[in-house]
Design a protein around this ligand. Structure first.
Ligand SMILES: *Cc1c(COP(=O)(O)O)cnc(C)c1O
Length: 372
């Protein structure tokens, strides 16, 4: 049979397998809260497919609830948002020097410039780009070093006078903002203020000055300047753990098999867990390829018929076994892997602690074959 013919016979039946649901009302409420807290404007950061929540839908929701800007890592992400019809002011901040800067400029996408090499490449792209000079305020990650900063400002001003670029922004990023009283926050803020002063003395007058992400937007008004770039907070993650936000993601999966087993029955690869008593096991069709970290084997649980049931044995690539106890679950019954936690189901925060990681890694790690 040809591939085309079998494709017509086997239609995907969305909703009958693992399923990810996004609560856009939660995104809207989180955006409004963040917009109220920010002293300046709000940029909705929707990199990594909106932290796994769908970049375009998170962007649209944020835009109608108080975010005036959109931010992404790469030009490709920016282009996808433009194709989805989002025409808001947009910034892309991490690109190789040979990226499609001309395409970005044509699409009205602002570009972060973290080095002299990038400044050069952006100028050679043709039409004057709108650029945000990016300074490293203490992470030794992206952004120009403090040593390179004066030269970057000087040459950016020269490009501006020659009509080859317009410096509309200066940006930095704080590495310890999730711990509000870490002294590194004040040190980073000082470096940013110094960088702004160097830019000013070079003749630059950038109207957009942005340093704060979610944690600093919620805890540190001195970091706000004219714009806050918030990503995690939009989808209900507060790295500072100071503010109640609404988690927006719910992951469910149907029970695809049920068996009753005797005490001593080993489960899964390696037989790392054996039933301590007669019990019912339910099989769910999702595993580490779908974003359930294998390291959570033996710690994780899911919710079945309103009860927490432990995940038992090793998590496989495509499947996971749950100990349902005395009651036999129904075939096709829906298990909640995680959700906002309102009815006792596990939360993303719990999965993160079971996996010894942060919520961001859980929500951005849900595999492509999970229906949205
Ligand atoms: C991801 C990112 C943000 C958003 O940070 P959150 O803590 O998710 O709000 C802001 N700025 C930069 C440079 C980023 O990479």
């Amino acid at each position: 049979m040809t591939a085309a013919r079998s494709a017509t016979l086997v239609r995907p039946r969305v909703g009958h397998g693992p399923r990810l649901e996004i609560d856009l009302d939660a995104v809207a409420a989180n955006t409004r809260l963040l917009a109220r807290r920010a002293s300046g404007a709000l940029m909705a950061v929707v990199k990594a497919d909106g932290f796994g929540h769908g970049a375009a839908q998170v962007a649209r929701t944020a835009r109608t609830n108080g975010a005036s800007w959109l931010g992404v890592t790469s030009i490709d992400e920016a282009a996808a948002l433009r194709r989805a019809g989002l025409d808001a002011p947009m910034l892309s901040w991490l690109n190789p020097v040979d990226a499609d800067f001309a395409g970005a400029i044509a699409g009205g996408v602002d570009l972060a410039v973290p080095s002299l090499a990038h400044l050069d490449a952006v100028q050679r792209a043709g039409t004057a780009a709108r650029i945000h000079l990016h300074v490293d305020t203490g992470m030794a990650r992206d952004g120009a070093t403090l040593e390179d900063w004066p030269a970057l400002c000087r040459l950016a001003r020269r490009a501006e006078l020659a009509g080859r670029a317009r410096v509309v922004g200066v940006m930095g990023h704080l590495g310890c903002a999730d711990v509000p009283d870490d002294p590194e926050n004040a040190a980073g803020r000082k470096r940013f203020v110094w960088a702004l002063e160097v830019a000013r003395r070079s003749g630059l007058r950038p109207p957009l000055r942005h340093l704060a992400a979610t944690a600093s937007t919620l805890t540190d008004p001195l970091s706000h300047h004219t714009l806050s770039r918030v990503g995690a907070g939009l989808v209900g993650i507060d790295p500072s753990r100071t503010t109640v936000l609404r988690p927006a993601m719910t992951l469910t999966a149907p029970v695809v098999a049920v068996r009753s087993v005797r005490a001593g029955t080993p489960v899964g690869y390696g037989g790392t867990w054996s039933a301590p008593r007669r019990t019912h096991l339910a099989l769910l069709p999702l595993g580490y390829a779908d974003g359930l970290p294998r390291i959570t084997s033996g710690r994780a649980s899911v919710q079945l018929s309103g009860r927490r049931c432990p995940v038992v044995g090793r998590i496989s690539m495509d499947q996971v076994v749950v100990d349902a106890g005395d009651r036999a679950p129904e075939l096709g019954e829906t298990a909640t892997v995680f959700g906002p936690g309102r009815t006792g189901e596990p939360t993303v925060a719990e999965w993160a602690s079971w996996a010894d990681t942060i919520e961001h890694e859980i929500v951005t790690g849900i595999g492509a074959r999970v229906a949205r």
